[in-house]
Design a binder for this molecule. Structure first.
Ligand SMILES: [Zn+2]
Length: 232
């Protein structure tokens, strides 16, 4: 294998490795997104239940209040028959009218509170169903990613072995330079020659550099520093 062919192979392998690593990192990120959805839905459900609990307490309190007032009203009504004077009778009458008015307002408030409770119950059900859906989705995402990660890990090991084998043929100082460059720049440390330009940065290569490459010797782009090869 010529040096050009070896470098072309290495570039392909490095691109594959970068792609595999990118896909491997994407998996856990997708799981995180799904986990965040579940957490958000849990918080929404907790808030919906809390809102219901508070509204229920307020409604219960109003209902209790109404019962007490109605009992008081009955008491006034019974006293009406035993009133000792016109004045007392009239006072009781006024009191009863005022209490009836107040109770009617309270009854309306209770009706509103019960309607509100119905709304809050419906909201809780929606939040419950949303939570169930996102949990189901999370399970699916986890299963899919887990299966996918195993495949990607296997593929990564295979390509890594391929890389080790391809690097075998490099020698001495050049190998050291290549490894140093690869460590810092990964797949961006190599570029094919395109026309008479560097395929990495489009810089026009000198005739001298092109000559070196056509003699199957190592050359770097003077603009971006990538290791060049003539693709076959
Ligand atoms: Zn370049």
């Amino acid at each position: 294998m010529t040096l050009n062919e070896t470098l072309q192979t290495l570039h392909r392998i490095h691109r594959q490795l970068a792609d595999l690593q990118d896909r491997l990192q994407r998996g856990p990120r997708q799981i995180k997104v799904a986990e965040t959805s579940v957490k958000n839905c849990e918080a929404e459900l907790a808030a919906a239940k809390d809102a219901y609990r508070q509204a229920k307490m307020a409604a219960d309190e109003k209902q209790l209040q109404l019962k007490q007032r109605e009992a008081k009203l009955k008491d006034f009504e019974s006293k009406l028959f035993s009133a000792q004077s016109n004045k007392e009778y009239q006072l009781l009458k006024d009191q009863i009218a005022a209490d009836n008015q107040a109770n009617s307002v309270l009854s309306d408030e209770i009706l509103e509170a019960l309607e509100k409770l119905d709304e809050l119950t419906a909201a809780s059900k929606v939040a419950e169903s949303n939570l169930a859906k996102t949990k189901e989705e999370l399970t699916k995402v986890r299963e899919r990613i887990e299966a996918q990660q195993q495949g990607l890990e296997t593929e990564l090991a295979r390509v890594q072995a391929e890389l080790d084998a391809a690097q075998e043929s490099l020698e001495g100082d050049f190998k050291a330079d290549y490894l140093r460059l690869m460590k810092s720049r990964g797949e961006d440390s190599l570029a094919p020659v395109e026309g008479d330009c560097c395929g990495g940065c489009s810089h026009t290569l000198t005739p001298q550099t092109l000559n070196v490459l056509h003699l199957d010797r190592a050359a770097f782009c003077k603009s971006c520093g990538r290791l060049l090869y003539v693709p076959s």
